[in-house]
Design a protein around this ligand. Structure first.
Ligand code: ATP
Length: 306
């Protein structure tokens, strides 16, 4: 038992590091090659992905028994549609993405993909079906081409280049002294948050998964970068079932449904127009955000005129 508890504690440690924005969970498990807490059910079959419908049915979850995090969450993302999840910090938004990946098992309810309970299928097939664009992507100490190809290791150079173009990072790479052979990561070129996110989008374009999970960066991006990333995301989510943890108005406006999470429960749901009409939590969130943006803008103009 001692032997087992060490790696589990280690995962806990790594996990907390990840929570601090260090890295991408999916890769971390790959890199560490450590045993995972969740094991496949005996005789688990690969997920049979059809159109890619995702369903949370009365999901209850807590990380530790005395603190409930999700208290009966139900929603459906029809194949090819986009659902945005918004809500205050700590509401449980990222938890939903971790549960869809089955990094943890839920205590009540069901999570289904095309009608199959994710606990009944192999984790490998589950994770192969979902593309994740995290807030903060870890880059390997290798070339930028390698980092993009990670999405599909047998991709040709041409495919890598096309994916980079679609992700709006192509021109940036071509301007680097060594182009696609430039070394990136901790010991190479350091990319900005927006650039790293576009590398993650390029990876996901190569992977071409039926289901997409996007975690938008909370940090402020300049409006040009934001537009570029938005264009790349719109492209990659086209025709794919998409769940986005949204921090920007531009993303949620176009979502088919918006789920407003508060304290582990769905407080409101609907389209942007319907929710704005309600003048509830959602509307007040955006009013506050708009005020903050306007105040920043005034500050910037004042600074520039100094
Ligand atoms: P944010 O917008 O700030 O990222 P969020 O809505 O994504 O917040 P979650 O990350 O889902 O929130 O976290 C929901 C709650 O679960 C938080 O109170 C958090 O402290 C707690 N939590 C998250 N991860 C763990 C963990 N590994 N162990 C215990 N509690 C956790």
């Amino acid at each position: 038992l001692m032997q087992l508890s060490v790696p589990l504690n280690f995962i806990g440690f790594i996990y907390r590091e990840i929570r601090q924005g260090l890295t991408d969970i999916e890769q971390m498990f790959d890199l560490l090659d450590v045993p995972q807490e969740i094991v496949d059910r005996p005789g688990a079959k690969p997920l049979a992905v059809g159109a890619g419908k995702v369903e949370f049915r009365d999901v209850h979850f807590s990380y530790d028994p005395n603190r409930k995090i999700l208290k009966g969450i139900s929603f459906e993302v029809p194949a090819g549609k986009t659902v945005a999840i918004v809500g205050p910090s700590g509401a449980g938004k990222s938890t939903i993405s971790r549960l869809l990946f089955r990094f943890y098992d839920i205590q009540g309810g069901k999570i289904l993909i095309d009608g199959q309970d994710i606990r009944d299928v192999t984790q490998e097939s589950l994770r192969a079906a979902i593309g994740m664009v995290p807030q903060d992507t870890v880059l390997f100490n290798d070339t930028i081409a390698y980092n993009i190809r990670y999405g599909r290791v047998d991709a040709s150079e041409e495919d890598v280049r096309k994916a980079a173009e679609l992700a709006q990072i192509g021109p940036f790479i071509e301007r680097l002294p060594d182009g696609y052979r430039s070394m990136v990561g901790e010991r190479g070129l350091k990319l900005s948050g927006g650039e790293k996110q576009r590398v993650a989008i390029a990876r996901t374009i190569l992977k071409a998964p039926p289901i997409l999970m996007l975690d938008e960066a909370t940090s402020a991006l300049d409006s040009h970068t934001e537009q570029e990333i938005q264009a790349a995301l719109d492209l990659v989510s086209q025709g794919r079932t998409t769940i986005v943890i949204a921090h920007r108005l531009s993303t949620v406006i176009s979502a088919d449904e918006i789920i407003v999470l508060q304290d582990g429960q769905i407080a409101e749901r609907g389209t942007h127009a319907a929710l704005m009409g309600k003048a509830g939590l959602y509307a007040s969130m955006w009013d506050r955000q708009r005020e903050a943006t306007e105040a920043e803008e005034r500050l910037r103009i004042a600074r520039e005129s100094d």
